[in-house]
Ligand binder design. Structure first.
Ligand code: 5GP
Length: 131
């Protein structure tokens, strides 16, 4: 059965898209820990990120770097933090989070409540900066 993230990448489930190429898809996390919190996924299903072969993992990181550059340009922050957990959704994903302080990357706390309009605006700002 397709994962929820496969359905998102295929456009079967809506998402606030940030960037895309043939292999990877980036979109806003539905429960962001900080403004601009983005997930990068491979379009082809794989659960555990360290099961991805070396070359593809390198391309995924290079794609994530381009997304991070766009986030830096679009969202006020000191830098973009990166995390991988994958305990909730069995489809490999990199969290990219614009941060100014360590606690901006705290996953165990209360998530931000942003409207669909706010999320659409954030995604559009990042998308415009994606090179
Ligand atoms: P993890 O698997 O890394 O522990 O967490 C999964 C992440 O995916 C969470 O931050 C969660 O908010 C996000 N997430 C789960 N389901 C959806 C969804 O349907 N849409 C989006 N945009 N994000 C999701």
């Amino acid at each position: 059965m397709a994962t929820i993230f496969s359905k998102i990448a295929a456009g079967e489930i809506p998402s606030h898209k940030v960037a895309e190429n043939e292999e990877f898809y980036a979109f806003l996390d539905i429960n962001p820990v900080a403004v601009g919190h983005t997930l990068v996924i491979p379009k082809a299903e794989v659960d555990y990120i360290f099961d991805i072969d070396d070359d593809k993992l390198g391309r995924m990181m290079a794609f994530a770097k381009r997304v991070a550059r766009a986030q830096e340009a679009a969202i006020p922050c000191k830098r973009v933090g990166l995390a991988v957990m994958g305990l909730e959704v069995p489809h490999a994903h990199i969290h990219l989070i614009p941060i100014t302080k360590e606690s901006d990357m705290y996953f165990g706390g209360k998530k931000l409540t942003l409207s669909q309009e706010e999320l659409a605006d954030i995604a559009s700002r990042i998308r415009k900066e994606f090179k």
